[in-house]
Design a protein around this ligand. Sequence first.
Ligand code: IMP
Ligand code: MG
Length: 178
Amino acid sequence: MDELKEKDLTVIFTQEQIQEGIKNLGEKLNNLYGLEEELYLICVLKGSVMFTVDLAKHLKMPVKMEFIRLSSYGSGTTSSGKVNAVDISLPNLNDKNVLIVEDIIDTGHTARFLVDFLNHNFKTKSLKFCSLLDKKIKREVDINADFYCFDVDDKFLVGYGLDFDGYFRNLPYIGYLK
Ligand code: IMP
Ligand code: MG
């Protein structure tokens, strides 16, 4: 960790930009789902922890939050393409509105795995996928987010939940390593 410091990051989304994007997404979800029916948010740990809690604060319908833990990245900055379900225990989601909340869609393997897993195990009322960031250029699997806040280029990003070797998740902004 000695060689990687916060000062070596180039900021691409400030705290204000991120919060504005999430507020807009929250309003969109309130309009789409309405205020009456409950919505299950599935937070994909660890990366989407910040995004999920900030998004949840804008939602006006009854919300339940579930947390699952997957890992796909190895130690470095390239996706392994293999999704490892570290902890995927969930309540019964039959007949529920379910929204998967991810930090970033990169190759798409994680998104595909999750959507298939939920469809295989539950007959949800609705199942949608939202991601803070969409790195379309890296896609290997034909899947897209139903909602996302920002498009990003092919750079390895950190901050606001995204990590490099476990570090930088706590930053309130998103940047890339120079
Ligand atoms: P995918 O399965 O390749 O789409 O990757 C999804 C997961 O890889 C995301 O949920 C992130 O946790 C992680 N990831 C993808 N791109 C980045 C990045 O640029 N920085 C940090 N983590 C990333
Ligand atoms: Mg993630």
